[in-house]
Design a protein around this ligand. Structure first.
Ligand code: BGC
Ligand code: ZN
Length: 369
């Protein structure tokens, strides 16, 4: 069967590969689930892997099948599977357990191991292919009524985890009533964060480079009642000076480590800054270190790095997406701006990713009707 693969470490090595059909029996104890892939979303992580900056092939392979944001339909299940049945729509988690205590308790998203296993990213083949098989533990059911946005389940899990961890960590304060949030970046993660923070009742300002007119990102942001600010027109500093209150939450999702550090200057007292950008490059940053250090110490501020999401975060993300459908009808599907018809058009998908103009690119592997 067809698959889209790269040779990690070699820039622009994306190619169409022919790989064997996966076997249900490869998962022991009758717990395998075989899924027909319908859609796969691609994101900046795929671009970084194709740039040769990130990712590794599985042991014994010189290539890695890409794709970690999957939506599909179950076609076969092992005799012991309880969670799903043929015909069900599903997504699948990305990370697989290593050996740390966290992996053993189902929290491989916070593994202590140096080496981590992620489908389509690190040491495990991904989902940009026609069928995959996995253990039922990692399969996540998506309601049929959400099949038009099911491909957003993985990125939604990443945002859901970041917010859940921040809210848990803020219990350190005994009383925390966050009112304002800044979201930096309006890619899929920034937009999902905007929506989920609005669902939690916060006033949100979302910052991104592009000016607002004719910009779908700005339209999605403002449809939730959040404010969109183009940093090409207005700086973070001037917004910060014009606001009564500094943000209680900053959710950083620009993909720029420099912005991640810069954000530290704007967080309010007792606030939490959530870092989600995965930056495989070698950029450095110059920051007003004394000033930030002083403000962070005197203001009891918290910096939280977060990556990946486990089954529970997928479930929170899917629940939030269902609520978003009710609050802001048809808004989520507007994130899915660009559809690539079939695996053989892989070069187009990568070219669009490299150009960076499209909000969300989805490869339509098979019909989703
Ligand atoms: C994925 C996460 C993954 C992370 C780091 C992100 O693009 O969405 O699931 O853990 O990359 O590899
Ligand atoms: Zn991703």
């Amino acid at each position: 069967m067809k698959a889209i693969a790269v040779r990690p470490g070699t820039p622009n090595s994306v190619h169409l590969a022919d790989i064997p059909m996966p076997e249900l029996a490869s998962i022991p104890n009758g717990l395998g689930v075989k899924v027909q892939v319908l859609q796969v979303g691609v994101d900046a992580t795929d671009r970084e892997i194709n740039d040769g900056l990130y990712g590794n092939p599985p042991a014994g392979f010189d290539y890695l099948v890409l794709g970690h944001e999957v939506f599909g339909r179950v076609i076969e299940v092992g005799p012991a599977v309880r969670k799903v049945k043929p015909g069900d729509h599903v997504s699948c988690t990305v990370r697989r357990p290593g050996s740390s205590i966290y992996d053993q308790i189902g929290r491989n998203d916070i593994t202590n191991d140096e080496v981590y296993y992620e489908r389509g990213i690190n040491l495990l083949h991904g989902f940009l292919t026609e069928y995959f098989v996995d253990h039922e533990e990692f399969i996540v059911r998506i309601p049929d009524s959400m099949k038009h946005i099911g491909v957003l389940a993985e990125p939604a899990s990443v945002v859901a985890k970041g917010l859940e961890q921040a809210w848990l960590a803020q219990q350190r304060l005994q009383v925390w009533r966050p009112q304002t949030a800044w979201v930096l970046g309006a890619g899929q993660i920034g937009l999902l964060a905007t929506i989920m923070l609005r669902l939690r009742g916060l006033d949100v300002i979302t910052f991104a480079r592009q000016p607002a007119p004719g910009n779908i990102k700005a339209e999605i942001v403002t449809a939730t009642g959040a404010q969109y600010v183009s940093t090409a027109e207005t700086s973070l500093t001037s917004i910060s000076l014009s606001q009564k209150n500094q943000p209680d939450v900053i959710f950083e999702a620009t993909g720029s480590s420099q912005t991640a550090f810069k954000a530290m200057q704007f967080l309010g007292r007792n606030g939490v800054l959530i870092w989600t950008s995965v930056t495989g490059g070698t950029h450095t940053a110059s920051i007003p270190a004394d000033q930030i250090n002083l403000q962070w110490v005197l203001g009891n501020k918290l910096l939280l790095g977060t990556v990946n999401g486990n089954n529970r975060h997928f479930e929170i993300g899917i629940t939030d997406m269902a609520l978003a459908e009710a609050m802001y009808p048809c808004l989520l599907s507007r994130i899915l701006t660009t559809r690539i018809p079939g695996l053989s058009h892989f070069a187009e998908a990568i070219q669009l990713l490299v150009n960076g103009k499209d909000l969300k690119i989805v490869v339509e592997v098979a019909s989703n009707d």
